[in-house]
Design a protein around this ligand. Sequence first.
Ligand code: PMP
Length: 278
Amino acid sequence: ELGYINGRFVGLDELVLPIDERGHQFGDGVYEVIRFYDGKPFMLEEHLERLIRSAKAIKLPVKESLADFTELIISAVEKSEIKNCNVYLQITRGIATRNHLFPDAPVSITMTVRHANPIPNEKREKGVDAITHPDERWANCYIKSLNLLPNILAKQTAFEQGCHEAILIKDGYITEGTSSNVYIVQGGEIITTPLTNQILPGITRMAVKKLASELNIPFVEKHFTTAELMEADEIFITSTTAEVLAIVKVDGNIIGSGTPGEVVTRLHQQFQKMVEAL
Ligand code: PMP
């Protein structure tokens, strides 16, 4: 496994940032997680477009272009010799004596390349459980920022109740998961929250929209309530690390048949075909 810090490849234990680094002190930065399958990246360009959009949204003066980041990431993965890995890339507003105002310092770019940790087959075949949880996050969740305190608190609450994910609720409507996008299937249609400032535009969500169209399954982007969630035929989540994953129980209520449904199963098969064709 491999680390990278501002132009240097290092061992993970050498990847150390000073205390006056704005990522630590303010969460003043953005990040991406990109999956490589058998040495090939999954939708790298889309991830990097989102990274650059996130950086712009918080006024990070990033000099590197999409092509520069592509080269950097590909070379890191080659150097790591890990064919199935997750690349974590973080950009912060750099290192300067603590002060809320933007420093006159170069941005700091760090990266790790680690072995992927895929969802075990048993979990995928049985589906996982979730809780609902108030969405306590800020107004700009479309930015993939380092500020994840509400997300980790909700995820920990889910874990302590034996659940895989917390589904976040704002004003009675589902926004997304703590680290995933959320979908219901009702009457043969996939329904998911529209892209607003309240959710992260998932790259896997983008993939699933295309896969649904290939399978002729309607993909409807509209708000849905907690009641609709509970009465859904199927629920699933998507993310870079979980891919397409069935939720079979929410707050103790069994969803549909209590096992992964037809739509989520077909979508994940189609997802795997996409991966095989990379
Ligand atoms: N929403 C949130 C809040 C997330 O943290 C993630 C994971 N990055 C996602 C959605 C899914 O995004 P992606 O498919 O790009 O991994």
